[in-house]
Design a protein around this ligand. Sequence first.
Ligand SMILES: Nc1ncnc2c1ncn2[C@@H]1O[C@H](COP(=O)(O)OP(=O)(O)O)[C@@H](O)[C@H]1O
Ligand SMILES: Nc1ccn([C@H]2C[C@H](O)[C@@H](COP(=O)(O)OP(=O)(O)O)O2)c(=O)n1
Ligand SMILES: [Mg+2]
Length: 210
Amino acid sequence: MGTVVDAAPIKATNESLAEKKKPTVVFVLGGPGSGKGTQCSNIIENFGYTHLSAGDLLRAEIKSGSENGTMIQNMIKEGKIVPSEVTIKLLQRAMEESHNDKFLIDGFPRNEENRAAFEAVTGIEPSVVLFFDCHEKEMERRLLSRNEGRVDDNIETIRKRFRVFLESSIPVVEYYESKGKVRKIDAARPIEEVFESVKVVFTPKNEKAN
Ligand SMILES: Nc1ncnc2c1ncn2[C@@H]1O[C@H](COP(=O)(O)OP(=O)(O)O)[C@@H](O)[C@H]1O
Ligand SMILES: Nc1ccn([C@H]2C[C@H](O)[C@@H](COP(=O)(O)OP(=O)(O)O)O2)c(=O)n1
Ligand SMILES: [Mg+2]
């Protein structure tokens, strides 16, 4: 009698022990105003990804009246990078809430601390890193005409953001370059032309000939 075992609970236990499949993540990097957000909007319409902009999540956190709001607002105004712990929590929550398993993470990781902490906390490595390459004069022109009322789209903060990009974000791009993951896109061209190059990255090789 005691040897009769119901198989159902054993199966359930095995399933809960099985490792959950890791999501597919593409990091979208590039200087301020290089067109990350614009191209992400195009990508999600065509390729089934969910777009998570680290900057948008941080701005929503300020608006929500969170206890971190003032700190985040001050850092954004100064063009500085918010501590990884805060940004990663917001990204993780958004990933869980989306119920998708394919994410475009835009504007993250922006420094070595962002990169290492995300990998340590989530265990996720990006499949690909898109890098939008654009010269500063063009990025400055775009940011000054973005007209979204952002506290950081003024010439003083823009200069600080450019410096942080060169000092802290470019090393992250170089790290992924050394791993062969970077797809560099010439982002100084018109939006449609940039998207033509982006599409190639997301189109499986055997479909490219069509
Ligand atoms: N290829 C492009 N050519 C001209 N303007 C662009 C291009 N891509 C984006 N923009 C405009 O430049 C501004 C910054 O673009 P955005 O996508 O917000 O960049 P990022 O997210 O990298 O800061 C926006 O006003 C956008 O409409
Ligand atoms: N990983 C990130 C991303 C953005 N931030 C902060 C600091 C950035 O200057 C601002 C704005 O980022 P956002 O990606 O929206 O800016 P751009 O689209 O590049 O113009 O947010 C951050 O602290 N950490
Ligand atoms: Mg953006």
